[in-house]
Design a protein around this ligand. Structure first.
Ligand code: ZN
Ligand code: ZN
Length: 326
């Protein structure tokens, strides 16, 4: 098998990646929703981290030179920005001003990270639902994201720094520019945590699919700086319509509660007439268009998901196979 920097995409067999339906998922790793099994596959409530075999298979994959460069620029930019922030706050006159400055920095860091999580969700939702594998330029990445729903471990085919450099290639130059521009410390702190969150997004996502994440990953999961396995497991429930945020997943419960993604889909539909992939599930479409209430949706989806699964399988065998032949 040939490995490249973006390695990572292969056509999975439809049912190859879910653990057999009769196996009980561990409570902390499974989706919290009730289990629906259809044709031997989890439509809902599966377990998605039995990835030790994939990790072992790809354990010798090294970061590319570009991956190292991106991580290096990111680290340099972060260090410079942090020094700038500390220098500016230290230069404030008097203890009170320094304390207020410190509080502003803390607030900006939290706001930046929260914004990164939400932005990761908005981007992920868009790329999962609107571009097709055949769409020029973005199609390959879309196929990777959409393919990941079934090939849960395609993130593990590359090194951790290969995951982070996918977004880091945008974040690192911006953080380096922030460091060089030395803006007001409130702006600097926001940019630092927003860009760091964007950089770590696919790494955090990787750890949710890793049997045994490294100590830093576990620590970040514990501190809620990285997404928990359970939080992300729900994204892998068909029709892949929820929990799109992948930095730390803090927005996911809120978006779920208020059907935020459905509202966004209805808005895009109103503006452009485009229908998302999630609407291949009739219940999801009706909920988004306000035609049914939540209890009706939950009831209706028990059956509509089966139709969705058949449609998804068909699309899999056509669109994705074609894309990979290119
Ligand atoms: Zn997705
Ligand atoms: Zn995933």
């Amino acid at each position: 098998m040939q490995l490249t920097a973006t390695a990572g995409f292969r056509l999975p067999t439809v049912a190859a990646n879910s653990r057999p339906a009769e196996a009980e998922p561990k409570a902390e790793e499974a989706s919290s929703r009730d289990v629906i099994v259809y044709k031997g596959e989890f439509l809902r409530g599966g377990r998605y981290d039995n990835s030790a075999a994939t990790e072992a298979e790809y354990k010798d994959v090294k970061p590319t030179k570009l991956d190292y460069a991106v991580a290096g620029v990111m680290a340099g930019g972060a260090l410079l920005t942090a020094v700038n922030i500390a220098t500016q706050v230290a230069a404030l006159p008097g203890v009170t001003a320094k304390l207020v400055g410190g509080a502003v920095v803390a607030g900006s860091l939290v706001a930046g990270y929260a914004s990164a999580d939400l932005a990761s969700g908005v981007f992920h939702h868009w790329i999962d639902n609107y571009p097709k594998p055949s769409t020029p330029y973005i199609g390959k990445l879309a196929a990777e994201f959409q393919g990941h729903h079934r090939d849960h471990y395609n993130l593990l085919h590359t090194h951790f720094l290969g995951n982070t450099s996918r977004t880091g290639i945008l974040m690192a130059p911006m953080l380096a520019a922030t460091g060089l521009a030395n803006p007001h410390f409130a702006v600097g702190a926001f940019a630092l945590s927003f860009l760091a969150g964007g950089f770590i997004a696919q790494g955090s996502h990787r750890w949710t699919h890793t049997e045994n994440p490294p100590p830093i990953g576990k620590l970040m999961q514990k501190l809620h700086l990285a997404q928990s396995k359970r939080n992300h497991a729900e994204h892998h429930d068909m029709p892949w319509a929820t929990n799109y945020c992948i930095v730390n997943g803090m927005w996911n419960p809120l978006m779920e509660k208020y059907d935020g993604w459905r509202k966004l889909e209805a808005l895009y539909y109103k503006i452009s007439g485009a229908e998302p992939e999630t609407w291949q599930d009739d219940a999801t479409k009706k909920l988004a268009l306000g035609e049914i209430d939540k209890p009706t949706f939950i009831e209706m989806q028990r059956e509509s998901l089966k139709v969705f699964a058949d449609r998804a399988k068909e699309r899999w065998e056509n669109d994705y196979a074609k894309r990979l032949e290119d």
